[in-house]
Design a protein around this ligand. Sequence first.
Ligand SMILES: Cc1cc2nc3c(=O)[nH]c(=O)nc-3n(C[C@H](O)[C@H](O)[C@H](O)COP(=O)(O)OP(=O)(O)OC[C@H]3O[C@@H](n4cnc5c(N)ncnc54)[C@H](O)[C@@H]3O)c2cc1C
Length: 135
Amino acid sequence: MSKPTFVIVGASLAGAKAAEELRTCGFDGRILLIGAEPDRPYERPPLTKDYLRGESEREQAHVHPADFYAQQEIELVTGVTVTAVEPGRSQLTLDDSYVVGYDRLLLATGSEPRRLQVPRRGPGRHLLPAHARRL
Ligand SMILES: Cc1cc2nc3c(=O)[nH]c(=O)nc-3n(C[C@H](O)[C@H](O)[C@H](O)COP(=O)(O)OP(=O)(O)OC[C@H]3O[C@@H](n4cnc5c(N)ncnc54)[C@H](O)[C@@H]3O)c2cc1C
C-alpha cells in the first residue's frame, strides 16, 4: 500500500510548523506544503520590528533554514495558489490547472486585513504588505 499524502495549503508559520510537527510525530508519508508567496515560510513580526529597523537580516525571519524542507522530505511548492478544493474527490487544483490528490488536507491559509477604503493615498498613509522588503 502506498504511503498517504498530506497536503498543507499555506506555506507560512502555521503551515511550516504543521509540516515540522508531522515529521516530529513520525508521519512518514508524503508532505506537500503549497504556498502562494515566492519565499519559503517566514515569520511576519520581524517585518514591522527588528528587520524593518535594519537590526536583523532577512534570513533570520525564516521559519526554518533553507535545507530543512529537503532534509525532512517536505515538498515545498512556493509561488503557487490553490484555486479550488474538492473534498468529495480528495483533490485540489493549482493556479496552473494542475490537480493534486490528497489523503489528508490542512488549510493554513491565514487571513488578510481588510484594506481601508479611502479615496486616495495621502501623506503619512501607507500600506505595508506582509511581504514588505526593507529598502
Ligand atoms: C507585518 C506583520 C507583523 C506582525 N507582527 C506580529 C506580532 O508582533 N505579534 C503577533 O503575535 N503577530 C504578529 N503578526 C501576525 C502573525 O504574523 C500572524 O498571526 C501569523 O503570520 C499567522 O500565521 P499563519 O501561518 O496562520 O497565516 P499567514 O501568515 O497569514 O500565512 C498564510 C499563508 O497562506 C498563503 N495562502 C493563502 N491562500 C492560499 C492559497 N489559496 N493557496 C496557496 N497559499 C495560500 C498566504 O500566501 C500566506 O503565505 C504580524 C503580521 C504581519 C503581517
